[in-house]
Design a protein around this ligand. Structure first.
Ligand code: ZN
Length: 62
């Protein structure tokens, strides 16, 4: 089976951007966490950003 996952991920990111969505990614190199959102309040956006960037809060192992 061909691995089309990287392209599909990139395409969905572009579509998300066109839809006015924001995508957050974890800075940890091995972490695949992504959080997508749109039309959230500033407080919710800040909470989501904090969650995405703090790997200890969503990672399954330290
Ligand atoms: Zn992470």
């Amino acid at each position: 089976m061909p691995n089309i996952r990287p392209y599909a991920d990139h395409a969905s990111d572009v579509i998300a951007r066109l839809n006015g969505m924001r995508t957050l990614r974890c800075p940890a190199p091995d972490c695949t966490l992504r959080i997508r959102y749109r039309a959230v309040t500033p407080d919710e956006a800040r909470w989501l950003a904090a969650l995405a960037q703090d790997h200890a809060r969503h990672g399954s192992r330290k």
